[in-house]
Write a protein that binds this ligand. Structure first.
Ligand SMILES: Nc1ncnc2c1ncn2[C@@H]1O[C@H](COP(=O)(O)OP(=O)(O)OP(=O)(O)O)[C@@H](O)[C@H]1O
Ligand SMILES: [Mg+2]
Length: 450
C-alpha cells in the first residue's frame, strides 16, 4: 500500500470511531512519517482534546511544530511536558534549546532529564556536546530531588561568582548628560540615606529597597548605575543575572547569596543587577526564567536590606519590566520603577562631545547635531560618529591629508542612521496601553504622550 492509501484507510477507520485515541495517534504517526506535518498537527490537536495529558501525542505535536519552523510553539508544549517531570519531553526541549543556540540551558536541562531517567539518553546529543557516559552518570548518581526540582549535589562551585570583584567607579553623575530627574530620584532614595544615615535613623525612616530602571537599549542604564557608585565613592558590583543563572542547577540560590555577601563585604557598595528580567520572568521567556527558588532567594536577600543599614545599594536594569514577577515590586524591594528615556537634547550634545573628544574636528555645532538626533540612544550616537569618521577617512585617504570632522559630516551621517530605540518603543507601547494597571509605566506613557 502506498502512503496515500494507508492514510486514506486510517482516516476511514477513524471516521467510524472518532474517539479511538490509539488509532488517531497511529494516523498522526503515519502522517508525520510521510512528511505531512500540518495534517499530523491537526490530528494531534484533535487527539489532545480527547486526552489532554497524552505524553506521546504532545511529544509528536512538538516535533510537528518544529518541522514547520514553529519553534516557540514546540517549546511551549515541551516545557509543559518537562514541567510534569516527563524526561523525554525534557530531552526534546534540550535539543530545541541547543538548536536555538542556548547551549547552557540545553545542557542543564539534558543533565537533569538524564539524572531523573537514564533511559532517555540521546547518543547524538551526547556526542555533539562531548558528554561522556561517566559524566552523565556521575551527575545522575549525585542528583537529589528537592521541592520537585533536581539538584545536582556535589557540583563544584561555578566559576564567575567567586571571582566577582567590586570595582571603583571613576564615572560620576557629572559625566551623565541630562537625566536630571533620575539623578534626583537616585539621590533621594540611595545617596542621601547612605550619606546621612544618622538623620534617617533619627527619624526612624527605614532605608532599603532598590530602584529598577527600564527603557530601550543603549540609553544609559548601566552607565548611570556606575555613575551612582562613583558619585558616592562606593564600590560598584555589576552582576549579569545570566551569570548567576547560567550555572549548575540548584546552585543559583547559593550563588545569589554569595553575590550579596560579596557586596556587603565591600560596603558601601552599589550592587547592580543587569538584565534582571531574566530572573523575574513571569512567563513568556521560558528560556531565561529562573526557578521559583532562585526568585525567592533573591527576594529574601532584598528584604534583608532594610533591616540593617549595611551600606548596600541595589539598582537593577531591564529592557522588559513587563516580564518581571510583581513580587519584585513590593515595598522594600524594587519599589521605585523608573523609565530611562533616550538621552534628551542636552544629553545628546554631551555624549557627542564625549565621543568626539580627541578627534580632529573643526568647530562642530553639537547642539545642531543633537537637534537632529531625536530618540537616538547613546549607542546610536556612537554609530553615527563612527559613520561620519569613516566617510571622512575615505576622503582623507583619497586626498592624502587628514581633514577635521565638520558639523555637516555629522548631519549627513545622522540622516543615514536610524534610531534603534524605535523597535523597543513599538513593543513598549502595547504594555503601556494594555498592561499599565498599577500605573507602573506612567512616566513612559507621558514620554510617549499617550
Ligand atoms: N545620558 C548619558 N550621558 C552620557 N553618556 C551616555 C548617556 N546615555 C548613554 N550614554 C553612553 O551610551 C553608552 C551605552 O549606554 P548603557 O550601556 O548605559 O545603556 P543601557 O541602557 O545599559 O543599555 P542596555 O539596555 O543595552 O544594557 C554608555 O556607555 C555611554 O557611553
Ligand atoms: Mg546595560
Amino acid at each position: 500500500m502506498d502512503a496515500n492509501a494507508t492514510i486514506r484507510a486510517l482516516r476511514q477507520a477513524l471516521a467510524a470511531s472518532p474517539d479511538n485515541v490509539p488509532l488517531r495517534q497511529h494516523l498522526a504517526d503515519t502522517l508525520f512519517a510521510f512528511g505531512h506535518h500540518a495534517d499530523a498537527e491537526q490530528e494531534l490537536l484533535a487527539l489532545l482534546k480527547l486526552a489532554p495529558d497524552d505524553a506521546a501525542a504532545m511529544l509528536l505535536l512538538a516535533r510537528c511544530y518544529r518541522a514547520q519552523g514553529k519553534g516557540s510553539a514546540a517549546a511551549v508544549v515541551l516545557e509543559r511536558l518537562a514541567a510534569r517531570g516527563d524526561a523525554r519531553g525534557a530531552v526534546e526541549l534540550a535539543k530545541l534549546l541547543a538548536a536555538e543556540g542556548d547551549v547552557d540551558a540545553a545542557l542543564r536541562g539534558y543533565r537533569r532529564a538524564v539524572a531523573a531517567d537514564p533511559t532517555v539518553r540521546d547518543a547524538e546529543f551526547e556526542q555533539r556536546f562531548g558528554i561522556v557516559g561517566a559524566d552523565a552518570d556521575r551527575d545522575a548518581g549525585a542528583a537529589e530531588v528537592v521541592d520537585g526540582r533536581v539538584r545536582a549535589a556535589g557540583a563544584s562551585a561555578p566559576d564567575g561568582v567567586d571571582e566577582l570583584r567590586p570595582v571603583r567607579s571613576d564615572v560620576k553623575f557629572a559625566h551623565v548628560g541630562g537625566m536630571a530627574e533620575l539623578k534626583q530620584e537616585i539621590r533621594k532614595k540611595i545617596v542621601l540615606p547612605l550619606q546621612r544615615a544618622d538623620l534617617y535613623q533619627a527619624y526612624g525612616k527605614k532605608v532599603g529597597g532598590g530602584i529598577l530602571m527600564y527603557g530601550p537599549p543603549g540609553c544609559g542604564k548601566t552607565f548611570l548605575a556606575r555613575a551612582t557608585a562613583g558619585e558616592i565613592d562606593a564600590t560598584f558590583l555589576s552582576v549579569g543575572i545570566h551569570d548567576v543563572l547560567e550555572m549548575w542547577l540548584g546552585q543559583s540560590e547559593r550563588n545569589l547569596h554569595g553575590v550579596f555577601a560579596t557586596a556587603r563585604r565591600h560596603a558601601p557598595c552599589v550592587l547592580f543587577f543587569d538584565e534582571v528580567d531574566a530572573l523575574g520572568a513571569s512567563r513568556g521567556d521560558m528560556k531565561h526564567s529562573a526557578g521559583r527558588q532562585t526568585i525567592n532567594q533573591f527576594l529574601a536577600e532584598l528584604d534583608g536590606l532594610g533591616s540593617d543599614n549595611d551600606g548596600l545599594l541595589v539598582l537593577a536594569a531591564t529592557n522588559a519590566p513587563w516580564h518581571m514577577d510583581s513580587a519584585f515590586r513590593r515595598p522594600g524591594r524594587f519599589d521605585r520603577v523608573i523609565f530611562v528615556p533616550p538621552p534628551d537634547l542636552e544629553a545628546r550634545g554631551d555624549i557627542l562631545r564625549l565621543l568626539l573628544a580627541g578627534k580632529p574636528q573643526d568647530d562642530v555645532d553639537f547642539a545642531a547635531v543633537a537637534k537632529r538626533t531625536e530618540r537616538f540612544s547613546g549607542a546610536d550616537l556612537k554609530a553615527l560618529v563612527d559613520r561620519a569618521i569613516e566617510a571622512r577617512l575615505d576622503d582623507a585617504v583619497r586626498r592624502g591629508l587628514p581633514e577635521p570632522l565638520r558639523t555637516r559630516d555629522l548631519l549627513a551621517a545622522a540622516k543615514l542612521q536610524k534610531p534603534t530605540t524605535s523597535e523597543w518603543f513599538a513593543a513598549a507601547k502595547n504594555y503601556v496601553l494594555y498592561a499599565n494597571d498599577a500605573g507602573l509605566y506612567d512616566d513612559l506613557k507621558e514620554y510617549l504622550r499617550l
